[in-house]
Design a protein around this ligand. Structure first.
Ligand SMILES: [Ca+2]
Ligand SMILES: [Ca+2]
Length: 385
């Protein structure tokens, strides 16, 4: 009887030894069982760091980097937090030189194993990387969702007909354009508690290039058709610079970059502080990860709702085949109306600076802003759905 109990207990214990790790593995997806092959004759050392997907190095002591020859593990180590994430990896071999070492990493935060891009050829006693200049392990995270946008757009306010560059840079010349993006002002903004472009991103620069006309806000929408590209389809926003040529760049001077997957088609909305926003009438065309759209040379490049397009295009005909965004929306509510004159332009008339009542963007609020820009546009509204 005693024997039977004892045997049963032993059997139960054996079962638990087998079952418990299985339960644990299923529930917690434990790290891989990477153990370096023991008693190898030769070795080399790799002083390294593991570059994570978001551009920073791993400090996570639960992450693993391992070297392999085929399926055989030849060395494994983790980042050491106290050493800025350095990984001191020793690789073993029974052949003094020549074996191809491949690498994998285990990312404990994501609970996943990735194949690293680097390979090394084994060489006994070789030292790869150093504390000062560690060897960097990285992996290809799959198809990139990053792309740039290449846009051309004109604002009516600073428009200069028959010039090499279609817009003046008076605000930049007067040093009144803020270095930080201007789309997150205190609210209400001239009586408007929700400006159409309200955005609190951190875009800024140490200085502004000489050809900057002003800040714009880009908004990307992902939809099957322009008429369906409403506010619910916004996937990204970014404050950018309009240059006097009509080109749009990010605050680093390069084409604006985005990193967001596009499921349907990409439409772009362009906002300016005191001009009516516009949206591309069609999906942007993509060549080699650059989406392009030129708003400036045809009336139908900006979207106009079908019921309104017969009497109002999204943009203004500026003459000689050039089209631009309508100026005069001082309070940024998407319409050019009496309050833009009475509550924005009027109290600012005679003053200078970076002001919404300065519709022609020459740095001063004066009669020509009202007469040349606000007055002819009064009654218009944005066509952005
Ligand atoms: Ca308005
Ligand atoms: Ca002015």
């Amino acid at each position: 009887m005693e024997n039977i109990i004892s045997n049963s207990a032993r059997y139960l214990a054996k079962c638990l030894v087998v079952i418990l790790p299985l339960i644990y593995t299923a529930a917690h997806c434990a790290p891989p069982d990477w153990t370096a092959l023991p008693n190898l004759q030769y070795n080399m050392n790799v002083t390294s760091k593991l570059l994570l997907e978001d551009g920073v190095f791993s400090f996570n002591e639960n992450d693993l980097v391992a070297g392999f020859v085929g399926d055989e593990c030849r060395g494994v180590a983790s980042p050491i937090e106290a050493f800025d994430g350095l990984i001191f990896l020793t690789i073993g071999s029974n052949v003094a030189s020549g074996e191809l070492i491949t690498f994998k990493a285990y990312l404990s935060d994501n609970d996943m194993i990735v194949d690293l891009e680097q390979t090394l050829v084994f060489q006994n006693l070789q030292l790869i990387g150093s504390i000062e200049e560690p060897f960097v392990f990285s992996w290809d995270s799959g198809p990139s969702t990053g792309f740039a946008v290449d846009l051309s757009v004109i604002l009516e306010g600073p428009f200069l007909p028959d010039q090499d560059f279609p817009m003046h840079t008076n605000l930049r010349d007067n040093n009144v354009i803020p270095l930080a993006q201007p789309f997150g002002p205190e609210l209400p903004y001239y009586g408007n508690s929700s400006p159409v472009w309200y955005y609190t991103g951190s875009e800024q620069a140490a200085s502004l290039p000489a050809d900057v006309v002003d800040w714009l806000l880009l908004e990307l929408r992902d939809a099957p058709a322009a008429s369906q590209a409403n506010a619910g389809t916004v996937v990204a926003r970014q404050a950018v610079w309009l240059r006097s040529s009509g080109e749009v760049t990010g605050a680093d001077g390069a084409l604006p970059q985005f990193d967001v997957p596009i499921e349907h088609d990409l439409f772009v909305v362009i906002y300016h502080r005191n001009h009516l926003a516009i949206m591309s009438s069609g999906p942007l065309s993509m060549v080699e990860n650059v989406y392009s759209w030129d708003f400036t040379h045809a009336p139908d490049k900006s979207y106009a709702a079908p019921e309104r397009s017969s009497y109002q295009n999204g943009q203004k005909d500026l003459g000689n085949g050039t089209y631009g965004m309508h100026g005069g929306d001082g309070d940024a509510n998407g319409q050019i109306q009496t309050q833009d004159k009475n509550e924005v332009w009027n109290p600012q008339a005679g003053t200078s600076g970076y002001l919404p009542g300065d519709f022609d963007m020459n740095g001063q609020v004066q009669t020509q802003d009202k007469n040349n820009i606000w007055n002819p546009n009064s009654g218009l509204a944005t066509q952005v759905p």
